[in-house]
Ligand binder design. Structure first.
Ligand SMILES: [Zn+2]
Length: 353
């Protein structure tokens, strides 16, 4: 009898918790941004100094009048992938907490030093890629400490995660989404719905990723391994902020929020995206001057010559051939080419999952 009472009491508590999100919105604080229900707050995530200097990451919390899921939107871990940063700025200035169910946590520009100094790919403070060291560690360099703060303060407290990227200063890129299935049917169904709702018409199925929670490397993979549906979206190229790219990222965000019932209105999912079953990188075997022969988004056959590298005297020293047939997802946008660095990434077309 005592046990039954205990069980009843536990059921009552669980029922109250389950009903709570519908009625009892609460304050939500991330770093120094503390937003009451129906309000927005701006602040910073503080990454304390350690073996090198600390840093501050701007954070915006838009706390809906009605309680609901927590959606994290993160851009600028590569600070010169500008279209993604500008798209989240547009989300920040557009979202009305009064119309929102749940909470949106936005990190519009993780890597401010990269942005200010116009340094692509890396964090100038420690020379590390800010999307390769998750879940991070407290005794590492700035990138690793920042990754740990983002994991604890943002990813672990979210229900869903979207990570924004694009072609960097030296990359000419077509828009696409990464969807990383985990083998957990419910989670994969939701993340796939997010990928379709985002609306970009190419979706890369990213299957081979680390599953060790201590070595997840990527931000979205950290969320996935922690059981949170997540996607990566990419648009923009070579330092530009064209309205078409910014618009795709902005509209995709709104459409996902509608799918997740955080905003009213109908989502606009893509109906027949091109599913890409894998990507193949082509790196240059020589240092020199790069000349592309295809545009981003172009289709190449296996063996096709799609670019070449010359020395300073105009002599061709390397010919880039496609190792597989597929779509040029991005191709080097500048003539500077270093041995071992990326010429292009080719997406291999697969079947719809
Ligand atoms: Zn990036």
């Amino acid at each position: 009898m005592k046990r039954l009472n205990k069980r009843l009491r536990l059921s009552a508590v669980l029922l109250a918790l389950a009903m709570c999100p519908a009625v009892c919105a609460q304050s939500f604080r991330v770093g120094t941004a503390d937003a009451r229900p129906g309000q927005r707050a701006d602040g910073f995530l503080e990454v304390p100094a350690g073996v090198d200097a600390g840093m501050k990451i701007p954070v915006v919390v838009v706390n809906g009048a009605k309680a609901g899921p927590v959606l994290a939107l993160v851009a600028g871990s590569h600070g010169t992938e500008y279209a993604s940063v500008i798209a989240l700025e547009r989300v920040i200035t557009t979202l009305d907490p009064g119309q929102l169910t749940g909470t949106v946590v936005i990190l519009p520009l993780v890597n401010q030093a990269s942005f200010e100094q116009k340094v692509p790919h890396l964090n100038p403070a420690d020379g590390k890629n800010m999307n390769r060291f998750f879940p991070g560690k407290a005794d590492g360099t700035q990138t690793e400490r920042a990754s740990q703060v983002i994991t604890k303060e943002v990813i672990d407290r979210s229900t869903y995660v979207i990570d924004y990227h694009g072609g960097d200063l030296d990359e000419s890129l077509v828009p696409y989404t990464y969807w990383g299935p985990t083998g957990h049917a419910d989670q994969d169904r939701v993340s796939k719905e997010m990928a379709l709702a985002f609306g970009l018409n190419r979706i890369i199925i990213w299957r081979e990723r680390p599953t060790d929670p201590a070595a997840t490397r990527y931000l979205d993979n950290t969320a996935s391994v922690h059981g949170k549906p997540s996607i990566v979206v990419e648009a923009g190229h070579a330092g530009t902020t064209e309205m078409e790219d910014v618009g795709l990222l902005f509209n995709g965000t709104i459409s996902v929020m509608r799918t997740l019932k955080m905003l009213a209105g109908d989502p606009l999912p893509i109906e027949n995206p091109v599913w890409l079953e894998k990507t193949v990188d082509v790196n240059s075997e020589r240092t020199g001057i790069f000349y592309p022969l295809v545009l981003r988004g172009g289709y190449v056959e296996a063996g096709m010559k799609f670019g070449y590298v010359t020395d300073a005297f105009g002599k061709t020293i390397y010919v880039a051939r496609a190792p597989v047939a597929g779509i040029i997802l991005h191709i080097c946008a500048v003539p500077s080419m270093k041995q071992g660095e990326g010429i292009a990434t080719i997406g291999v077309v697969g079947k719809a999952p």
